[in-house]
Design a protein around this ligand. Structure first.
Ligand code: NAD
Length: 356
C-alpha cells in the first residue's frame, strides 16, 4: 500500500465555509478515484489563526494510483478552490507494508460457512469430527446422550443432549437446530454402540433391540428429520458411520456386524433417493481404531484382548490401529464440496484390513 501524505498551507481567505466544502469534496473522492482506499484530513498544525496548515493522508493500492489521483478531474477543482491562497509545502509517499494476516485468515476452511450436525459428538471418533469440522470453518452442533468430556476449545460448537433412538427427542433437536442455527449442510451419524460379544443364539432380544435401535434406527431417525430441510435447500451431505464390520462378518459381535451392514445399505438406498435433490449420502468404514470402543471390543473378545488386537492389526499392510483424526479427515472430505461427485460410496479407512 502507498501512503500519500501532502502538507498544504492555507492563507487567511481560506474560510471555515470553504474548508467545509473542500473537506466534503475530498471525502467524496473515495470510491471515485481508482485505487484510493481511504483519505483523511488533519488541520491546524501551525496553530496560527489566519494561516492553517493541513495534511491530507491518502492510502492507495499502488504508486500508479497516486499519479492518477493528482490528475483526477474531481481532485484538481478542489485544489483550485482554495487557490491562490493555497500552497503545497511538501508531499511524500511511503510504502506501507500490508497488515500481516494470520494463516487462518488467509485460508478459508474446507467447510467454511457450512452448518453441521454430528451425532455421537462426545465419543472418540465423533468428537474428532466435531473438532475438525469446526476448525475447517463449520458451525457444528454436537448431539449425544452424554455431555462432552471436556469443554470445546474450538469456536462455533454447540452441544445438545439427546437420545437418537427417541423420535420425539430427535424431532425436537432438529427443529431447534433449524430455528437457532439454520439448515444443516452436513449430517454425520457417528453415534453407535458395539454391544456385548455373543454368538447369535446366545444374544438376547433386548440386546438385539438395543443395538439396532441405536445403530440403525438412530441413524434413520436423524436422516428422517434432517432430510426435509435439506431437500428444501437442495443440498446436503450425510455421512453414516458403518465399519469394516459392515463389510465383512466376524465371530465376536454378529449383531454389530448386522447393524453396520444395515447402515451401509441404508446409505446406498438414501443416496439413490436423494441424489436428485442435491443430497449426497456416503458411508465411512473405520478399521480398528485407538478408541474406547475398540478397547471394549478387545476386552470382550473370546480370544482375549491381545489375540483380538493381533488378529485385527498384525496382518494389515499398515500394522497399527488408526487414530481418531484419521477418520475425521475422511468425514471432512465426504462432508465438504471436494467430494461433490461421491454418493452411495464407501470410504474404508482401515490400514488395509479389508484389502488382504
Ligand atoms: N472405535 C472403533 O474402532 C470403530 C471402528 C469402526 C466403526 N466405529 C463406529 O464409529 C462410531 C463412533 O465410534 P467411537 O469409537 O467414537 O465410539 P464411542 O463409544 O467413543 O462414541 C459413541 C458415542 O455415541 C453416543 N451414543 C450412544 N448411544 C447413543 C444414543 N442413543 N443417542 C445419542 N448418542 C449415543 C455415546 O454416548 C458416545 O459418545 C460408531 O458408530 C462406531 O460403531 C468405531
Amino acid at each position: 500500500m502507498i501512503r500519500h501524505v501532502v502538507l498544504f498551507r492555507f492563507e487567511d481567505s481560506f474560510t471555515p465555509a470553504i474548508e467545509h466544502d473542500w473537506r466534503a469534496g475530498l471525502d467524496g473522492l473515495v470510491g471515485h478515484v481508482p485505487g484510493l482506499r481511504s483519505l483523511s484530513v488533519g488541520r491546524d498544525l501551525s496553530g496560527q489563526a489566519r494561516s492553517w496548515d493541513c495534511t491530507i493522508v491518502a492510502d492507495f493500492d499502488t504508486a500508479a494510483d497516486v499519479a492518477g489521483y493528482a490528475g483526477h478531474p474531481l481532485h484538481t477543482p478542489l485544489i483550485a478552490l482554495s487557490s491562490p491562497h493555497t500552497r503545497q509545502i511538501a508531499s511524500v509517499d511511503f510504502d506501507v507494508p500490508e497488515p500481516a494476516t494470520t494463516h487462518a485468515e488467509q485460508r478459508k476452511g474446507r467447510v467454511h460457512g457450512k452448518i453441521a450436525i454430528v451425532t455421537g459428538g462426545s465419543g472418540d471418533l465423533g468428537s474428532a469430527c466435531v473438532r475438525l469440522l469446526a476448525r475447517e470453518g463449520a458451525v457444528v452442533v454436537s448431539l449425544d446422550v452424554t455431555p462432552p468430556a471436556e469443554p470445546w476449545h474450538e469456536p462455533g460448537i454447540t452441544s445438545l443432549e439427546l437420545d437418537i433412538t427417541d423420535p420425539e427427542q430427535v424431532e425436537r433437536a432438529v427443529a431447534r437446530v433449524l430455528e437457532t442455527v439454520g439448515v444443516p449442510d452436513i449430517l454425520v451419524n457417528a453415534a453407535g454402540i458395539i454391544g456385548r460379544a455373543a454368538p447369535s443364539h446366545e444374544s438376547t432380544l433386548a440386546e438385539f433391540d438395543r443395538i439396532f435401535n441405536v445403530n440403525v434406527k438412530g441413524t434413520w431417525l436423524m436422516t428422517k428429520y434432517v432430510v426435509p430441510a435439506m431437500i428444501a435447500a437442495s443440498r446436503g451431505s450425510i455421512v453414516n458411520f458403518s465399519s469394516i464390520h459392515g463389510i465383512t462378518g466376524g465371530r465376536s459381535v454378529p449383531l454389530y456386524h448386522a447393524t453396520k451392514g444395515a447402515v451401509r445399505l441404508l446409505t446406498k438406498s438414501d443416496a439413490a433417493t436423494y441424489g436428485e435433490h442435491g443430497i449426497r449420502v456416503n458411508s465411512i468404514h473405520p478399521g480398528s481404531m485407538n478408541t474406547r470402543m475398540s478397547r471394549t471390543a478387545a476386552d470382550m473378545s473370546a480370544v482375549g484382548p491381545e489375540a483380538y488386537y493381533r488378529q485385527l492389526v498384525e496382518g494389515n499392510p499398515l500394522r497399527r490401529q488408526g487414530e481418531p483424526d484419521e477418520i475425521a479427515y475422511g468425514v471432512l472430505y465426504l462432508a465438504s464440496d471436494e467430494s461433490r461427485f461421491s454418493t452411495g460410496s464407501e470410504l474404508v479407512i482401515d490400514g488395509g484390513y479389508t484389502a488382504v
